[in-house]
Design a protein around this ligand. Structure first.
Ligand code: GLV
Length: 328
């Protein structure tokens, strides 16, 4: 008899076809986010679940869903999942690294340029019918070429952004918990610096680091105050890494020049203060959202689930220690 699994949000037909080949599938193709109790009820009797980054998986849920053996997230980030709690419950956790690196790096360059060169503000101006002519001091922005890009988080995506930025003649600084291998630094000429030095020197400060309890409000009023008045902040990582209220204050007072944001605290109910500001480019957490990349993410998560429940090590297992807690 096939094991039962749950897919919590809409995925592509190809993903469902693949999963149907392995499991009895219950799938939420209506794409409505399940309420907590509903999710717990749907997970009864299921061996595994393919989650989205909006589904919260924690100890309380796992206690109530004892048949779950694998949680396979359809995202590279997994701050929605309490991985330690999963390990203690003998539950495997996987994510989707690699397949979205280039799409997120492409989008990051787009957000850097859109923010520095005021692209969405220019479009809004046109749409409102305010364009009466071209003049020398119109919509003056910051140059991207030749600017110093400071990247917080120098994993796969951070390095892919650095390589692209190098093509724009940007100078690259980075800060991460541990220094990257020399080959990764040499590819883009990236220089490892301290947090404070990066904030003081960068023209564009870009965040692509994991969201953990340690990186909660990693950028707040104190850090924003270290940035140049001409500097731009770009958040590609997770809401919660930036103190959004402090960022709004800095943008209002123009102690920094602008921000480009793909992620927010309390998504999708972001701070409405952003809407009142012209010097922020807002995008709805879509950096990985190209058709081929989202297809690849959904399929990667499904393949992780198929491997996990057939007794093989899933390719993107995050918590190999789960085996220590398996019940005999
Ligand atoms: C997107 O934000 C992801 O973590 O994949």
């Amino acid at each position: 008899m096939k094991q039962k699994i749950l897919v919590t949000r809409e995925v592509f037909d190809e993903t469902i076809d693949f999963l149907n080949g392995h499991f009895e599938v219950e799938s939420n193709q209506t794409d409505r986010l399940y309420a907590r109790d509903e999710l717990i009820a749907k997970l009864q009797g299921k061996g595994g679940v393919q989650t989205s980054s909006s589904d919260r998986i924690d100890a309380e849920l796992l206690d109530k869903c004892p048949t779950i053996k694998a949680v396979c997230n359809t995202a590279v980030g997994y701050n929605n999942i309490d991985v330690d709690a999963c390990t203690r419950h003998g539950v495997m956790v996987t994510n989707t690294p690699g397949v979205l690196t280039d799409s997120v790096a492409d989008y990051s360059m787009g957000l850097i340029i859109a923010t520095c060169r005021r692209m969405t503000e220019g479009e809004a101006y046109l749409r409102k019918g305010e364009w009466k002519g071209t003049f020398l001091k119109q919509m003056l922005g910051q140059d991207v070429h030749g600017a110093t890009l400071g990247i917080f988080g120098f994993g796969r995506i951070g390095q892919a952004i650095a390589r692209r930025a190098r093509g724009f003649d940007m100078k690259i600084l980075y800060h991460s918990r541990s220094r990257a291998a020399a080959a990764a630094e040499n590819e883009s000429g990236a220089v490892h610096v301290g947090k404070e030095e990066l904030l003081r020197k960068a023209d564009v400060v870009l965040l692509i680091l994991p969201f953990t309890p340690e990186t909660q409000h990693y950028i707040g009023a104190k850090e924003l105050a270290l940035m140049k008045p001409s500097a731009v902040l770009v958040n590609m990582a997770r809401g919660g890494i930036v103190d959004d209220a402090a960022l709004i204050e800095a943008l209002k007072k123009k102690t920094i020049w602008a921000a480009g944001l793909d992620v927010y605290e309390n998504e999708p109910r972001f701070n409405p203060g952003f809407l009142e500001l012209a010097n922020v480019v807002l995008s709805p957490h879509i950096a990985s959202a190209s058709e081929p990349t989202r297809q690849a993410m959904a399929m990667t998560a499904a393949k992780n689930l198929a491997a996990a429940l057939s007794g093989q090590a899933p390719p993107n297992l995050l918590n190999p220690d789960y085996v220590k807690y398996l019940k005999a």
